[in-house]
Design a protein around this ligand. Sequence first.
Ligand code: GLN
Length: 468
Amino acid sequence: MADQIASIVQNVANGSKTARQYVLERIERARSSESYNALLSLTEERALERADMIDTKIVDGEAAGRLAGVPFVVKDNFLAYGAPTTAASKLLENFDAPLQATAVERLEAEGAICIGKANLDAFAHGGSTENSAYGVTKNAHDQTRVAGGSSGGSAVVTALDVVSFALGTDTGGSIRQPAAFNGVYGIKPTYGAVSRYGVVAMASSTDTIGCFASSPRDVETVMQVMAGRDERDMTTIDAVYSNKPRPVKKIGVIKQTMTDDVAPSIRAAVEAQCDAWRQAGCQVDMVDLPMLEYSLAMYYIIVPAEISSNLARYDGIRYGRRAEQAATLAELYGRTRDQGFVTENKRRIMIGSYVLSSGFFDAYYSQAQRARTMLIREFEALFAEYDMLISPTTPTTAFAIGENTDDPVKMYLSDIMTVPASLAGIPALNVPIGHDDAGLPIGLQLIGRYGDDMTLLSQARGMMEATR
Ligand code: GLN
């Protein structure tokens, strides 16, 4: 699909279509895609008010912003006005955001218009949107299959062209994996490139804010508006998205991601892309990342540890839902958390509390952090030689709804390709590269050096142009 954002902005600016018309059209598309269960709420009233404000500015000849009139969707773990922010949990069922996330504020300041809030795995814990307290989101290409997750809803509304872009969060793959499953672009930026302020925290050391879109150019436009330092998030860094792309001459294919466990159709698609690069004069080699084998073990220790700490704030006193008929304070906490969290949330809180407990801290958490440093060194060594690394984004195409729900470890295994870049804090982009025999999308993951997000987008653009 071609770049969409620039044409919407142009049409709104020259009056050939108003922002109000765009908002109404996209809300109509959202309503007719209800069977996918991709959206938890629409923010119609506020969206129309904002559209009218933008249309007035344009009639008056005032500057309306770089994204003036472009409708978008946020994952429902971003604080945003117009509808409750639920994180797809019962705990935050009626929670009205007292402020907006920096990412949303920056998009609005440039005239973008949020029209709805997308479904996710509750608190972003999961890889299929099956952990949502409000029902599963269905894949845009086959309604019997999962959308992926945790940002499943955002990926589906982008794939169905309800909106030209949607926001997501990626802690271990939650943008890249659903992007792969639905055949759209999805970026996990360099850690700290976009402010996490006003986004429901999962695991603070790997949480990132990114987006889905139908072209690399649209991804770039959105990221350029959102990225950059924010005094309310001390981990933010200067604008990575104004860096110049690096010329890519040497590409490494991570050997551990091209094994027999990976679907043959996916391996074949990745190999075909490698041949295309070779023909274009690049050197493409198989490279070794031995610590990849331990990445899931590290991830599922470090991430639950941070989750158990971040979710401690949901006590029924300060936010959202409060359990009734509790006789004591402990009972109030207990009941609130029991009723508000889904099973996967509870599992992670328990694992996290366990690995952080005094008797086990050294055995698990400290070890995992040491292993994480070793993984980062392996990446650094590879990047000393290669301009970009690649792997499939997922070991399989979208799996059937219910296929992986009986065993959490089976579900965790599907994150094997995406967690390494999350642990290392480096950028990674899903690029759609065709379909399998069942017509399900296949995704390629481009992985860059720290701060090299623009290199990945420029490569993706090149790939898109080559296939035109
Ligand atoms: N599927 C991964 C998990 O369950 C990733 C989640 C995410 O990135 N939010 O942790």
